[in-house]
Structure formats: C-alpha cells, structure tokens
Design a protein. Sequence first.
Length: 135
Amino acid sequence: LPGETSIPSAEPIPVGVQIEMRDDHIMEKIPERMPFLRDTPVVSTICAIAGAINWALSLDLQLAYWYNGRMGYLVPLYLTKRESIMAAPDAVAPLQLVNDRLMVRTILEPRFSYANAPTQVRCIDGGHQRHRLVF
C-alpha cells in the first residue's frame, strides 16, 4: 500500500462568516435542482440558501473534503424538511473559505456531491491519530 498521504487541515469556519453566491448559474439551475424554489424571487432564494447553510453549520453538519487542490466543505441544504438530518438533504452546497468569506459556486443534487468527494477522516491506530484521504 502507498505511504501516508499529506493532507492539509481544513480551515475552521469563523462564526458569523459572510456567505457569498459567486455565479449566476446557481440561480439558473435552481428550478432544475430544487423545483420547490422555482417561483421564488432571486433574493428570497439566496436568503433561503444562506439560511440553510447557517443552520447546517450551527449543527456542525459540514464535511471537509479535498477538491481542486485544496480543502473545502460540503454542506447539506435542508430547505423543505428538518425533522431528520439523517434524511437526504434537498441539495448540497460545496463551499470554499476565501478571505474570511464562504464562497458558494454551485448547488448540487446530493447524489452528485457526496459520492465522489474525497474526504479527510481521522484514524486511531494504537493510540496515535492519523489523517487519511478517503475516496
């Protein structure tokens, strides 16, 4: 087996961090990916997504993962139901922490996001903690 992989730690997300939607294509894809928001005004949609991100972060639901040469986060978006965080979310927001801001560049369907996300896991081996990249 190959040796240990060097994985940088994900930067902690500051409390109250500003969330920014960076690309207009997010709004263009909303009707396709979240049909229940189809007739919602753009500003209301942005507020709903930002609120869902804040709610998930407050429960520590974010998953650090390796993407495009750096660590980022996948955050589940529960917009229609919050009774069970074990249920599939309505969508997933991949986030990058850039200059104390969380950048949302797209919104994904859950089936496309978690399946291919290499993530960092902590292994405890004989009292020693190591981090490994898992695909």
